[in-house]
Design a protein around this ligand. Structure first.
Ligand code: HEM
Ligand code: HEM
Length: 185
């Protein structure tokens, strides 16, 4: 097996795992929080915790966006370390496409989340600080972006099944591809 020992640089590796952990948390939080009862669905006098978790989801989402921008700008400034020649061409092309899709989804999730929040009647807050309102509330636009945000979330999960499945396959086959992105060698 031909190995060239090339690895992603340490900064990219730290950002990969930091963002991955945050995105897994956000996918779980998002799917869970939309099932929480609204104030109107609870017995009178009982407060809903829905708003708390929605605000947390928005604050973390906007925070991840900053890390994602940093990662994308950094990634555009260099080329990925070459894969070992033992990896067949079609797998190299497929992995390139899946990585591109993952980057596109990392960018699209915070944007559609923000847009849906912007068109809702509630203020968008970042860690408690209300952000300027850039548009009037618009129920149709809010619903549209909510649907897109949800559809992209499911596409994200499907893409991650492929991505993580490939990583596990490489680990089991001992191709050492996974050590290109591991925090320690
Ligand atoms: C939300 C979670 C994740 C996202 C968004 C994500 C995204 C990405 C992206 C975009 C790349 C390409 C890096 C580049 O060329 O700049 C990559 C590479 C990689 N990821 Fe992930 N990843 C996630 C989770 C994981 C997990 C859980 C594993 C392992 C089980 C993993 C293992 C890898 C490996 C080994 C590479 C390097 C592939 C190569 O050498 O070509 N990732 N990831
Ligand atoms: C990487 C970032 C993000 C991920 C992975 C993510 C993921 C999710 C998921 C999985 C859902 C549940 C979808 C459903 O079943 O309806 C959701 C809902 C939601 N997200 Fe995000 N999100 C992200 C960023 C954001 C941002 C930045 C905002 C706003 C500033 C936001 C606002 C919302 C809101 C308000 C909902 C609830 C929609 C509803 O009322 O049904 N998200 N998100």
């Amino acid at each position: 097996m031909s190995m060239n020992g090339a690895r992603y640089n340490q900064g990219q590796i730290i950002l990969h795992w930091l963002i991955a952990a945050m995105i897994f948390f956000m996918l779980g939080l998002g799917l869970w929080m939309v099932g929480l009862p609204r104030e109107s669905e609870l017995p009178p006098g009982q407060e809903s915790v829905r708003a708390f978790w929605f605000l947390l989801h928005k604050s973390i989402g906007i925070t991840i966006a900053a890390f994602i921008i940093l990662r994308v700008v950094w990634r555009l400034s260099y080329t990925a370390p070459p894969l070992p020649e033992s990896i067949p061409g079609w797998q190299q092309r497929l992995s390139g496409r899946v990585h591109f899709l993952l980057y596109a989804l990392m960018i699209a999730m915070p944007i559609t989340g923000y847009l849906q929040s912007m068109y809702s009647k509630y203020d968008t807050k970042l860690w408690g600080v209300p952000l300027p309102r850039l548009a009037e509330a618009d129920a149709v636009a809010r619903e549209t972006f909510t649907d897109i945000h949800q559809a992209l979330a499911f596409l994200f999960i499907a893409t991650l099944v492929l991505h993580v499945g490939a990583a596990i396959k490489h680990r089991l086959k001992g191709t050492e591809v996974t050590s290109r992105m591991s925090l320690w060698k």
